[in-house]
Design a protein around this ligand. Structure first.
Ligand code: URA
Length: 212
C-alpha cells in the first residue's frame, strides 16, 4: 500500500474539487496531498488533522506556514525532536530527529474541516505510514479527529482509547498512543491549550522513549 496519495489523487471528490479551485486561485501553492515529514525509522509519529490552506497546502510540508506549526515546531525543538531553524518554509533546513509528522487527511479541506468520508478514504495512507515505521513507539494524535483516525488506521475501536489531553493508552504491543489538544490558533487563543500543556505532552513522550 502507498504511504502517500498520488499528487492527483481523486479519492475525495470534494477535496479534489477544492484543489482544482485552489490551483486557479493560488497557482504558486503546493496544492496537492502533503506528504509526511521526517524519517521512517523514527520512534515518534505526530498525527495532525489536515493541511491548512495557506500553510501546509502552500509549502508542501505538514504544519509548515500554519499557525499551529509555530507551537509544534518550537516544542519539538525544545524536547530534542527537531534541529535547525523553523523558517515556515519547506526548504528552511529544519530536520526532525527520531520524529515524523503526518496528517490524518493529506489534502486541505474547505473551512479546515474534513468530513468523515474523507478521513476514511485517507485512512489506508495513515495505516501504511504507521506500518512502514519499524521502530515506532509513541504516536501523538493532535485533536480528537486525528485520535479517532489513528485508532481506525490501527484497526481498533474508538471506544478502546478515549481521547483526552495528555492521556496515554497502551496499544498492547509496546507502543502507546498519546492524545493532545490540537495546537490550533483557536485552541491556543481560547486558552484551551497552553504552551505548558503542550510541553507536558512532549515531556511525557520523552519520558516514554527514554525509558525503553
Ligand atoms: N497543518 C497541518 O499540516 N496539519 C494540521 O493539523 C494543522 C495545520
Amino acid at each position: 500500500m502507498l504511504t502517500d496519495p498520488r499528487s492527483d489523487c481523486r479519492l475525495c471528490p470534494r477535496l479534489a474539487g477544492f484543489r482544482t479551485e485552489n490551483v486557479r486561485l493560488f497557482p504558486d501553492f503546493h496544492n496537492a496531498p502533503v506528504p509526511s515529514f521526517g524519517p521512517a525509522d523514527a520512534r515518534l509519529l505526530v498525527v495532525g488533522m489536515a493541511p491548512g490552506l495557506k500553510g501546509a497546502n502552500r509549502t508542501g510540508r505538514p504544519f509548515t506556514g500554519d499557525y499551529a506549526g509555530d507551537l509544534l515546531y518550537d516544542t519539538l525543538k525544545t524536547f530534542g525532536f527537531a534541529a535547525g531553524d523553523y523558517g515556515k518554509r519547506a526548504d528552511d533546513g529544519l530536520s526532525l530527529i527520531d520524529c515524523r509528522i503526518t496528517n490524518a487527511v493529506r489534502c486541505v479541506p474547505p473551512q479546515n474541516k474534513p468530513i468523515g468520508a474523507e478521513v476514511a478514504s485517507c485512512r489506508p495512507f495513515l495505516a501504511a505510514t504507521v506500518e512502514e515505521m519499524p521502530r515506532l513507539k509513541v504516536i501523538v494524535a493532535l485533536g480528537s479527529l486525528a485520535h479517532g483516525a489513528t485508532l481506525a488506521a490501527l484497526g481498533r475501536k474508538k471506544s478502546s482509547a478515549k481521547f483526552g489531553h495528555n492521556t496515554e493508552h497502551g496499544l498492547g504491543d509496546g507502543r502507546v498512543l498519546i492524545g493532545s489538544y490540537h495546537c490550533s490558533r483557536y485552541n491556543t487563543n481560547t486558552g484551551r491549550l497552553t504552551e505548558q500543556m503542550f510541553h507536558d505532552v512532549f515531556r511525557r513522550v520523552r519520558g516514554v522513549l527514554d525509558s525503553t
